[in-house]
Design a protein around this ligand. Structure first.
Ligand code: IPE
Ligand code: IPE
Ligand code: MG
Length: 261
């Protein structure tokens, strides 16, 4: 295991008290999931509208993607829009959907050059056509890439995802019953194959910014044994050194998965 670039290129000006050389390439989590929270509060602190916070958050997304890819993270999942975020004011929702479309179109070539594979989870069918198309084009362009997989969670809700899976399974079971196939119970692996994350390993590390101690309907099934890292930093201020802090913290955890160490 090794980093994709020299450490001092990935972390060129490490703040005092932080040691990038302590990062062990063998202990970098394979899958990091991020709840990018605090854009609204960041904007409010500056007397700006909420959408200005979302726009400022794009820089943090860019930096986190590059850093994760450089240190060898295999999957980076980012929570961009939840199935509950439709409750927000109409202009904020519209602004976010435009921002997703524009950002995806502007960033896809750079991501492709870095061999990143871009996919989405969540119910894309409810997205405005421009936004849906931008994500679909990013997937088409990058689907054969073998670098890091970037999973954008958009119109994603853990409960909705589990329900979609349960309904798929019920539909298949009804068809089998009609064909006279004897009942066979569904096990965890079979259930997981019906989730949006069918081909993605469970997250090792979940990061949430802005200090909130809750999961907000993110990856409910998949986080059964994930490690949590919560920072007070608001998402637009989150940078590679904050990401490094999370990775170093993760390295010090003892994961037992219910067993003993
Ligand atoms: C997270 O920031 C971004 C999205 C949910 C799209 P928020 O917009 O939730 O920011 P706060 O929580 O209001 O500060
Ligand atoms: C979670 O943040 C969703 C995203 C980061 C996209 P929210 O800001 O929507 O979560 P709550 O409402 O504070 O729980
Ligand atoms: Mg929030």
């Amino acid at each position: 295991m090794s980093f994709h670039k020299p450490l001092d290129e990935i972390f060129p000006s490490v703040p005092d008290g932080l040691d990038a050389r302590a990062l062990d390439p063998a202990q970098v989590p394979a899958h990091v999931a991020v709840i990018m929270d605090g854009n609204g509060r960041w904007a409010k602190e500056r007397g700006k509208v909420r959408l200005a916070g979302h726009k400022a958050g794009i820089g943090a997304v860019r930096e986190t993607i590059r850093c994760a890819s450089d240190v060898g993270v295999r999957y980076l999942t980012i929570y961009a829009f939840s199935s509950e975020n439709w409750k927000r004011p109409e202009d904020e929702v519209r602004g976010l959907m435009d921002l997703f479309a524009k950002t995806m179109l502007a960033e896809v070539d750079g991501l492709h050059e870095e061999h990143v594979r871009v996919m989405t989870i969540g119910d894309a069918s409810a997205l405005p056509p421009k936004t849906r198309q931008a994500f679909a084009e990013a997937w088409e362009k990058t689907r054969n890439n073998t670098g890091m997989t970037l999973v954008v969670s958009v119109n994603y809700g853990g409960r909705a995802e589990i329900l979609r899976a349960a309904n798929d399974i019920a539909r298949e079971a009804a068809a089998k019953q009609a064909a006279g196939v004897p009942f066979a119970p569904v096990d965890e692996a079979a259930f997981a194959r019906h989730l949006d994350t069918a081909d993605i390993p469970d997250p090792d590390l979940v990061i949430r910014t802005s200090g909130e101690m809750r999961i907000s309907n993110f990856l409910l099934w998949q986080i059964a044994y994930s490690e949590f890292y919560i920072t007070d930093v608001l998402w637009p201020d989150f940078d590679r050194y904050d990401f490094l802090r999370a990775l170093l913290d993760f390295q010090g955890r003892t994961r037992r998965f219910g067993g003993v160490k």
